[in-house]
Design a binder for this molecule. Structure first.
Ligand SMILES: [Zn+2]
Length: 380
């Protein structure tokens, strides 16, 4: 029997995981409000025998609590590995009532399900329980449950990296089937553009005005939108400005972003866009101030690296093939890689995330736990 079947046929395991998933999803924990949920999962890690601490990330970005960091010393010695999932979920994420429909957990329809990323949390807890129950000798394991991932990776950004020793990590947080390993993720850069024109009466002396709105429109016609090349995108997504139709618009704010799997390309493109706004504004007699900030840096992991080979081997023992992918989204793995923890993001089977149609197949939930169990221990 393939290990895959062993886990999908484990009805009591499935029932336990569904119960734990539903209980955790019901605890309100939108970004920055993870206090109660963090206490519950910290207690669960302690029950598993981990030493659990909390860092001060929450205080540093204005959240309710910090990241939960658990450590299992293990009997095997050797290099520790890090397992991560995030505790927060996007809005509308309060008052979640999970519903089991056949082989699927869905929300009641007026909130998200929080499968992103409670599936990751439950897979780590259940996978660790499996490994411990089977009395397998384990390597040192560090479990990190981050806060405010959905708020620009704030928890991982402000994490106390001196509290972890792992040099390799697995972030269970990709909206892909179990088996997907995200080896590449983009650098994500934000642009804030403030366009200044000059106000004047729109009927009496419009020639004395400079329309910031017209500068914005002219600029937006000159910059690329959408896929700029195979691994680069650009988007301006927010426009704010203007007071009245009888005033030549004096001020417009725009917000946008660029992403590229090629870090220098992302930086160059952001600077090109900024220069376009500045030049176009100057040509109209106005001005544009552009601030550029790196939301998170990209990463690229080789398919023959240790972190990739370990998960590939774990998946093959489960009877799942490995699919290496690039993503144009970010995860805590981006921050871990930038802090020297070679990390990949793993598919855990949730679907339609960030919508009220979010769901997860129970069979995928169980296989995700099997993957964690295989990742932490190669024998048993
Ligand atoms: Zn997520």
């Amino acid at each position: 029997m393939l290990l895959n079947e062993k886990y999908t046929n484990g009805n009591s395991l499935a029932a336990e995981m569904v119960d734990e998933f539903c209980a955790l999803a019901r605890i309100d924990a939108e970004s920055g409000r993870e206090g109660e949920l963090s206490n519950v999962v910290a207690a669960k890690l302690e029950d598993l025998g981990l030493e659990v601490a909390r860092d001060d990330a929450g205080r540093r970005f204005g959240g309710e609590t910090g990241n939960v960091i658990g450590r299992l010393p293990g009997q095997m010695g050797g290099e520790p590995i890090l397992l991560c999932a995030h505790l927060d979920r996007v809005a509308p994420g309060c008052g979640i009532q999970p519903v089991v429909l056949g082989d699927r957990i869905v929300s009641s329809g007026d909130t998200v399900l929080a499968a992103d990323d409670i599936v990751g949390v439950v897979a780590i807890l259940a996978g660790m329980r499996l490994a411990l129950a089977e009395c397998v000798d384990l390597p040192p394991i560090e479990v990190v449950f981050t806060v405010s991932e959905e708020n620009g990776l704030a928890g991982a950004k402000h994490m106390d990296y001196s509290a972890v020793r792992s040099k390799t990590g697995y972030v269970l947080d990709a909206a892909r089937p179990v088996g997907t390993v995200v080896l590449r993720s983009p650098t994500h850069i934000g642009l804030e553009v403030a366009i200044h024109g000059r106000a004047a009466h729109a009927g009496i002396n419009p020639e004395e005005g400079i329309s910031a709105l017209q500068i914005a429109a002219d600029s937006l016609m000159r910059i690329p939108f959408g896929k700029v090349d195979d691994h680069t995108t650009a988007n301006m997504g927010v426009v704010k400005g203007g007071h009245a139709t009888n005033i030549v618009c004096e001020h417009v704010d725009l917000s946008g972003e660029v992403r590229s799997l090629d870090h220098p390309r992302a930086l160059r493109l952001a600077e090109e866009l900024a220069e376009c706004f500045r030049k176009t504004a100057a040509a109209h007699g106005g001005s544009a101030e552009v601030s550029i900030s790196i939301h998170y840096p990209g990463y690229r992991i080789d398919s023959d690296s240790q972190v990739a080979l370990r998960v590939q081997s774990a998946l093959s023992r489960l009877g799942r093939s490995t699919v290496f992918e690039s993503s144009m989204g970010g995860s805590d793995a981006n921050m871990f890689n930038s802090h020297g923890i070679e990390s990949v993001c793993l598919g855990v089977g949730f679907e339609q995330v960030h919508s009220c149609r979010e769901s997860v197949a129970i069979s995928e939930l169980v296989v995700a736990a099997g993957l964690v169990r295989q990742l932490v221990a190669s024998e048993g």
